[in-house]
Design a protein around this ligand. Structure first.
Ligand code: DX5
Ligand code: ZN
Length: 221
């Protein structure tokens, strides 16, 4: 994938939910490329966040890509609702999909870009067969469920491995990394092959989110 600057996706999970529209505006003004919406069901992950209703509210006050990360069991049941709510990209977890190819085709048939996410303990090699069908892979660099966790260092090697794989299987596919991303590890992640970085705490809890965004986006290969 050829690009000039690193794609930044602030995770709305770390925003002030009493000021949702304002938080969206802060992200957009800071040059965010996507808004990352973390959907958790209290079943696949030990936390519950929000559903299509809130994604719709976010989409209504946003003009950038709505990137929805479904950390839910049985995602196929809810994919149409999240696309109707305004998601431009939907990422499902490989660990939740018995028929992953079917889930990906469902997302694409409804006009959204399709991504697959894998947990830190899931090997990159398990993506090989599905890779040619994907618009993006979201590599989890923390165990999904909460914002504000510490980056798992072995994730860096997984980014490199995925980068090598995509060169031969699907050069246009975007590699995104999610969890514990900071201004300090952004360059290492991009050097390893990441195109897009998800940042919750590092963006919304920064003293100066615009400056944090500029630093993360300036990481280059
Ligand atoms: C974790 C979520 C992440 C999280 C990122 O389950 O998928 O998107 O909100 O938050 P930080 O950047 O604080 O690790
Ligand atoms: Zn996420």
């Amino acid at each position: 994938m050829q690009q000039t600057s690193t794609l930044l996706a602030p995770s709305i999970l770390s925003a002030d939910f009493t000021k949702l529209a304002e938080s969206v505006a802060i992200a957009e003004k800071a040059g965010a490329d996507w808004l990352h919406c973390d959907v958790m069901d209290g079943h696949f992950v030990p936390n519950i966040t929000f559903g299509p209703f809130i994604v719709k509210a976010i989409a209504q006050c946003s003009s950038i890509t709505i990137d929805t990360h479904l950390m839910i069991s049985d995602p196929d049941t809810y994919i149409p609702d999240f696309i109707n709510a305004g998601s431009h990209q939907i990422t499902v977890h490989q660990e939740t999909c018995a028929h992953l190819h079917r889930s990906i085709q469902l997302i694409k048939s409804l006009g959204a870009k399709a991504g697959v996410s894998i947990n830190p303990a899931t090997p990159v090699g398990t993506l090989e067969s599905i890779l040619p069908d994907l618009d993006l892979v979201l590599l989890m660099s923390v165990n999904p469920g909460f914002g504000g966790q510490k980056f798992i260092p072995s994730s860096l090697g997984k980014v490199k491995q995925l980068h090598d794989m995509r060169n031969s299987l699907n050069p246009e596919m975007v590699i995104a990394v999610d969890g514990g991303v900071t201004v300090d590890n952004a360059q290492d992640l991009v050097s390893a092959g990441a195109d897009a970085l998800i940042a919750g705490t590092a963006f919304f809890k920064a003293e100066n989110p615009a400056e944090a965004a500029a630093r993360i986006r300036s990481a280059s290969r």
